[in-house]
Design a protein. Structure first.
Length: 490
């Protein structure tokens, strides 16, 4: 395959700007594509966190103000992994306290339509005939609603352009705005139509990407099927089903260097599949850190998650007392919906010997939970891909997860057949209910008492390849299919 020039447009990229899994994908996938020999640029807003960490260089392109957007400039800086990043400097939009999408109080920035319209517009300028630079992408890869208007800008600009790929990381977030924003974003009135950007009377950024991109991808094969129908289609299932020939499910990978129990400096004692007895020291360290008594024979269940109903936290709350009564211990790390945080903290106060809860984000503790827990809970109502189920298998911590999205694709359920043939890596449950979750935990707890079978499940999960290599090869093949013959050599 000939090397391709790829512009990867994203609203966040680890470690410079991160609110979720998109940041990890932006860093991991692009590095894997470069490792395959492709020429990649990551297009990213120059938020304060980015400017603080990036190597400062003079701008290489200054884009003048238009009737709809203020002036901005592009700076190049290498990401920690070496991939070149092109930073969109626009102080009016990006240099402000708070996060990429919200202020310090958790409220969406009121000008998000124009903030991310600017990012999509710059991506389209780089991918279209107006690009004055020597470097021109053959493929523009857009991610989630924040960059999804770029294919629409290209569609209405006309002229030569790069092939476009639109990746859905979570269809629940669509970038919906009042119809008045269409004119403010410099889009023609004809774009606001049922076969364009209009979605139930509102402007949908994401629909623009789904409508006009040459190819659509999402982050697991099962999620690609689920979003073509309700409830997980979130109103866009008809469009996605109509474009099913252009829709591809490609499972994410993980950073194998950052998540490796044999080299992880954030855990109490390092180990691998041949030294699994050392995992017990991490369990003891986790229990000590969180004030739980040492109970080597009782399974310790871990969770690191956004504390939301999407993640099934309410299901855990419903049966937490039954879970710890098996007996078992439960540790939870995360933040999210205030009522769920409060319910978990109350459970911890009432069951101090069995349940520990920490509200917030703590990277070292997240690693210690992966290493110290015996099993990992992920009862998500939907999960486009998920990362923690891959981390946990790599750490010999079998996941207990609902069979949805990427959780269905990356975990082999411990059935009698998969246990017998040595392929089981975790536990699935299908029904979206507390009782189904409890039954799966009980099944795991019963198997935990069979040390030989449990060790086999641990080692099967640790042997799985969750690196970015396979996903990068699939994306590269998709890009090559979209690029016209001969373009790769231009």
């Amino acid at each position: 395959m000939s090397p391709l020039r790829i512009l990867f447009a994203t609203s966040e990229c680890a470690p410079w700007a991160k609110t979720g899994g998109l940041a990890d994908v932006s860093a991991g996938l692009t590095a894997a594509l470069v490792a395959l020999g492709h020429d990649v640029r990551v297009l990213l807003p120059a938020y304060p966190s980015v400017r603080a960490q990036a190597e400062q260089r003079p701008p290489f392109w200054e884009i003048p103000a238009s009737a709809h957007f203020p002036a901005c400039a592009l700076h190049q800086a290498p990401l920690p992994g070496g991939v070149p990043a092109w930073l969109v400097s626009c102080p009016e939009f990006y240099e402000r306290a708070g996060g990429p999408y919200q202020d310090g109080d958790g409220n969406d920035w009121p000008d998000n339509a124009r903030r991310f319209g600017q990012l999509a517009r710059v991506a389209a300028l780089l991918a279209g005939a107006a690009n004055p630079l020597d470097w021109r992408p053959q493929v523009l890869h857009c991610n989630d609603w924040q960059t999804a208007l770029a294919p629409a800008y290209l569609r209405f600009a006309g002229g030569a352009r790069a092939a476009t790929v639109m990746t859905i990381h979570n269809l629940a977030f669509q970038g919906l705005f009042p119809p008045e924003e269409v004119a403010r974003l410099g889009l023609p009135p004809a774009s606001f139509a049922i076969d364009g950007l209009e979605f139930w009377g509102r402007l949908s950024f994401l629909k623009g990407g789904l409508q006009y991109a040459d190819a659509i991808t999402t982050v697991s094969p099962t999620y690609a099927r689920e979003i073509q129908r309700e409830p997980l289609g979130f109103g866009l299932h008809g469009l996605l089903a109509a474009r099913r020939a252009a829709l591809h499910g490609i499972a994410n990978g993980i950073d194998l260097a950052a998540w490796d129990p044999s080299t992880d400096r954030l855990i109490a004692q390092r180990y691998d599949a041949d030294r699994l007895t050392a995992k017990a020291f991490n369990k003891e360290a986790l229990q000590e850190r969180l004030g739980l008594p040492r109970e080597p024979r009782a399974p310790l269940l871990g969770m690191v998650s956004r504390l939301t109903r999407q993640k099934g936290i309410d299901l855990v709350v419903e049966v937490a007392r039954e879970i710890v009564g098996l007996p078992a211990q439960l540790v939870v790390l995360g933040a999210g919906e205030r009522d769920l945080e409060a319910q978990l903290e109350e459970l911890a106060r009432a069951n101090a010997q069995r349940i520990a809860v920490r509200i917030g984000y703590d990277e070292p503790l997240a690693h210690l939970i992966e290493a110290g827990a015996d099993a990992f809970l992920m009862p998500s109502r939907f999960e486009p891909c998920g990362l923690n189920q891959m981390y946990s298998q790599r750490y010999g911590t079998p996941p207990i997860a609902r069979a949805t999205g990427g959780l269905a694709d990356t975990i082999v359920d411990a059935t009698p057949q998969s246990i017998a043939d040595g392929t089981a890596t975790g536990f699935h449950f299908a029904e979206e209910s507390p009782l189904a979750l409890l039954a799966a935990v009980e099944r795991a707890a019963e198997l935990y008492r069979d040390a030989k079978a449990w060790r086999q499940i641990q080692r099967a999960g640790m042997a799985a390849d969750f690196g970015w290599g396979a996903a990068a090869q699939r994306y590269a093949a998709l890009y090559a299919d979209l690029v016209r013959p001969g373009d790769a050599d231009d």
